[in-house]
Design a protein around this ligand. Structure first.
Ligand code: NAD
Ligand code: GLY
Length: 371
């Protein structure tokens, strides 16, 4: 068992990582069942795969429960779903002192977390992330959001969970493609500022993806510790530290927008392609070595993740892709900061990037012969 503390003063909380922890949820969640009941928010797939285990654990501890089951998929991060969810929570008489339980991937965590931020002007919530992406990234750090007509994650709040319970065994029911997409966020921590961890990924990524339990626990604990450290330093992304966690996201976001935020390209897959692009763009600008960019791309390919536009299924001209970046939350005074790299583990925020240069780079990428 590993416990990582997210250090945020009076809003600090623990992230527990333990194989089989879901079966102990009764005892682990008892401190958060302040009214003797827990309201669980989940989606249809997770309800089939993991909810029975959670309910049995709560029954065993004498904790009453209600479950709200939403449709799986990104479409649930919408005003319509938020309205339906908050109405249901109010019908259930949820009190401000209560804690909701978000059982699911990043979609459920973001949606239920945002509902918790606004119901009765804010109640508590606990995260039980069930995808690798949610375990290593979205369940920790308190970013909650829904999508709006103007773009993804544009309406939301910072609202920290009270506790995060991670059971790596729940990944056994996750579709392999979703597991690989989440793995991109693991690799991200190595690329940001931890070259040794990237080397660990190169040596152990295949075992992790094949189901090796020890590799999974190590990757999750290492990633959560990195995220907790960064969130503790820059909770609201104001000093440029937390922004590093967006490596690959600006390029990736353009690819997701181009593919309609659909299953054609999962979020983690877009991040993978985006990280490879960020490294190649850095190499083109002479900031990092081309062999570093190729090393990143090679590892992503080995993990069967996209390493660029063609592999992501996007054949779009650079200016169109750059136009998608206009709605990015990171725009400051009309300029879009880019995360670039001086090498593996040496990501930095560049604020002086000419978007015409990015468009020309993406044009070359889109129309270059496949490698
Ligand atoms: P997801 O929540 O849609 O889950 C992926 C799929 O796996 C879904 O179909 C889901 O039903 C299914 N699933 C989940 N756990 C399962 C399990 N254990 N067994 C079987 N099926 C399971 O997708 P995701 O990749 O977890 O999250 C993507 C979302 O996370 C995006 O909306 C993204 O914007 C958001 N995100 C948020 C943050 C943040 O800091 N808040 C960070 C990264 C991503
Ligand atoms: N996933 C980026 C962040 O939490 O800041």
């Amino acid at each position: 068992m590993t416990t990582v503390r997210v250090p945020l003063g009076e809003r600090s909380y623990d992230v527990l990582i333990e194989r089989g922890a879901l079966a102990r949820a009764g005892e682990l969640l008892a401190p958060y069942a302040t009214t003797g009941r827990l309201v669980i928010v989940t989606d249809g797939n997770v309800a089939s795969a993991q909810l029975p285990k959670l309910l049995a654990a709560l029954d065993g501890a004498g904790i009453a429960h209600a479950a709200i089951v939403l449709p799986p998929g990104e479409a649930s991060k919408s005003w319509t779903s938020l309205e339906a969810l908050t109405d249901r929570l109010l019908d259930l008489g949820v009190e401000r002192g209560e804690c909701l339980v978000a059982l699911g991937g990043g979609v459920i965590g973001d949606l239920a977390g945002f509902a918790a931020a606004i119901v009765k002007r804010g109640c508590g919530f606990v995260q039980i992330p069930t995808t690798l992406l949610a375990q290593v990234d979205s369940a920790v750090g308190g970013k909650t959001a829904i999508n709006s007509r103007a773009g993804k994650n544009l309406v939301g709040a910072f609202h920290q969970p009270r506790f995060v319970l991670i059971d790596p065994e729940v990944l056994d029911t996750l579709p392999p493609r979703e597991l690989r997409a989440g793995y991109a966020e693991v690799v991200k921590y190595g690329l940001i500022d931890d070259a040794d961890f990237f080397a660990w990924c190169e040596a152990n990524g295949a075992a992790l993806l094949a189901g090796d339990a020890d590799s999974r626990v190590h990757a999750i604990a290492h990633s959560v510790a990195a995220k907790a450290r960064i969130v503790g330093e820059d909770e609201r992304e104001t000093i440029g530290r937390r922004a590093l966690l967006n490596l690959g996201h600006t390029f990736g976001h353009a690819l997701e927008a181009e593919t309609g935020f659909s299953d054609a390209l999962l979020h983690g897959e877009a991040v993978a392609a985006g990280m490879a692009l960020a490294f190649r763009f850095s190499a083109r600008k002479g900031l990092c070595l081309a062999i570093d960019a190729e090393r990143v791309a090679a590892h992503l390919r080995a993990a069967r993740l996209p390493d660029g536009l063609a592999a992501a299924g996007v054949e779009t001209a650079g200016p169109t892709l750059v136009a998608h970046m206009a709605h990015d939350k990171k725009i400051e005074g009309g300029r879009l900061p880019f995360l670039l790299a001086r090498g593996i583990g040496e990501t930095f925020l560049a604020r002086d990037i000419d978007l015409a240069e990015v468009a020309a780079f993406l044009d070359d990428e889109a129309f270059a012969p496949a490698s």
